[in-house]
Design a protein. Sequence first.
Length: 53
Amino acid sequence: MSNLSLDFSDNTFQPLAARMRPENLAQYIGQQHLLAAGKPLPARYRSRGICIR
């Protein structure tokens, strides 16, 4: 029965939102009005003018 308990003291546990969070701009879906070529957000990200996190 011990294999059914949840051990939250382990730091490897992450909530679903943290596991599904995009890690780069290419992983965002459905945001072409913000992320398409020639838009300001990707250019600022590439120039390191903003931080995504």
